[in-house]
Design a protein around this ligand. Structure first.
Ligand code: RUB
Ligand code: MG
Length: 399
């Protein structure tokens, strides 16, 4: 397809037929408006949209529509979104509408994608096939730089591959970014001397758009080996600016805080799928897409498709490493890997720092749960000879 196709679920208002509703979407987003107009000339007609398919689904309908590629400005993602996910959400003739997926032609994917991606991050850590284990420093706010670094050190000694800031921690006075980053990197160097393993630390540089690249460069000067961005609150182009900056030579970890306002309602909003595609196009090396068993609301079949969108061949772009996070602990590891496969970053905040014997033991327990799965042994069985895992299962159970 040379053009863009988008798939929507919708429920029409009582006085509107499904055909009229689908047509209202394509007209609003292409050449039409609510009434006939006198300014449409013949040459404009080639930019009309088209309803390609329409069928009943659940309480409403699913439609696939075609938007001519020419109405898009290549490379301008805010403009893409204004078409595929713009005014249509407010149309009164639709009681609810949800963008499920979008398919762009190659001409509209002039992006370079992830600089590292799944394989690049694996190379940095030195893994080939096992899931990565990450931790979010908890409490999410409050610790000073020294204590943050101590928690990071403990997690690194315990065996995590990745340590990250939480989404609300940026550069507040209780834990200034410079001090925190320097302290954490120093302690991670210390851990490396002891274990020989380099651990990534994703420092959250989320900030106003016109400052984010400078903040990233400053963090890199201070030794950052990974950057983190809250992509929905910062905006997609903030990610693009970071990923495309020649000075940014470390992977970018993408958190999706606020996505629930957009993705969660099964009848209205934007599914995670288009967001995942856009984050990959714009250069996110790792992206949160959710868990099958964690604390955040989730839909397993959508999640599997979202992770596929991050990893399947797509115009030669590197795959983005999917991240499962939110309410995970060692007892949940097997279910996550069974459903999501081994190309996954499994993150635990509470599930590591809540271990009865502390962060280091918590990190060991998570790694042991992954090792057990990779060896085809149940967590319960493995726990018989792995004390930290046993303690974790005792506290949280094995599911
Ligand atoms: O801090 C956490 C999880 O902490 P914990 O491990 O203590 O629950 C993340 O912000 C959530 O994963 C976000 O959810 P999502 O990944 O779905 O965006
Ligand atoms: Mg968080």
């Amino acid at each position: 397809m040379q053009d863009v196709t988008a798939t929507y679920y919708f429920r029409p208002r009582a006085d509107t037929t499904p055909e009229q509703a689908a047509q209202a979407i394509v007209e609003e987003e292409t050449t039409g408006t609510w009434t006939d107009i006198t300014t449409t000339t013949e040459y404009v007609r080639r930019l009309d949209g088209e309803v390609l398919a329409l069928e009943p689904s659940g309480n409403g309908y699913v439609t696939q529509v075609r938007y001519p590629a020419e109405i898009f400005e290549a490379g301008n993602v805010p403009q893409y979104l204004s078409v595929i996910a713009g005014n249509l959400f407010g149309l009164g003739r639709l009681e609810a509408v949800r963008l499920l997926d979008v398919d762009f032609p190659e001409s509209l994917v002039p992006f370079k994608g992830p600089k590292f991606g799944l394989e690049g991050v694996r190379k940095l850590i030195g893994t080939t096939d096992r899931p990565h284990v990450g931790t979010i420093i908890k409490p999410k706010v409050g610790l000073n730089p020294k204590d943050t670094a101590e928690v990071a050190y403990r997690a690194a000694i315990g065996g995590v591959d990745l340590i990250k800031d939480d989404e609300t921690l940026t550069d507040q006075t209780f834990c200034p970014l410079d001090e925190r980053l320097q302290a954490v990197m120093e302690r991670l160097d210390e851990a490396k001397e002891e274990t020989g393993r380099q651990v990534l630390y994703a420092v959250n540089i989320s900030a106003r758009a016109d400052e984010i690249v400078a903040r990233a460069e400053h963090a890199l000067d201070l030794g950052a080996n990974m950057l983190m961005i809250d992509v929905i609150t910062c905006g997609f182009t903030a990610l693009q600016a970071l990923a495309e900056a020649p000075s940014v030579k470390v992977p970018i970890h993408v958190h999706r805080t606020m996505h629930g306002a957009i993705t969660r309602n099964p009848e209205h909003g934007i599914a995670m799928r288009p967001i995942a595609r856009i984050v990959r196009m714009l250069g996110g090396d790792q992206l949160h897409t959710g868990t099958v068993s964690g604390k955040m609301s989730h839909d397993v079949s959508e999640l599997k498709g979202d992770n596929l969108a991050l990893t399947e061949p797509y115009f030669g772009l590197e795959p983005t490493f999917p991240v499962a996070s939110g309410g995970l602990h060692p007892g949940k590891v097997a279910a996550e890997i069974e459903n999501l496969g081994t190309n996954i970053v499994l993150q635990a905040g509470g599930g590591i720092h809540g271990h009865p014997e502390g962060t280091e033991a918590g990190a060991r327990a998570m790694r042991q749960a992954v090792d057990a799965f990779m060896q085809g042994i149940s967590a319960e069985e493995y726990a018989k000879e792995h004390y930290e895992l046993a303690r974790a299962l005792e506290k949280w159970g094995n599911r």
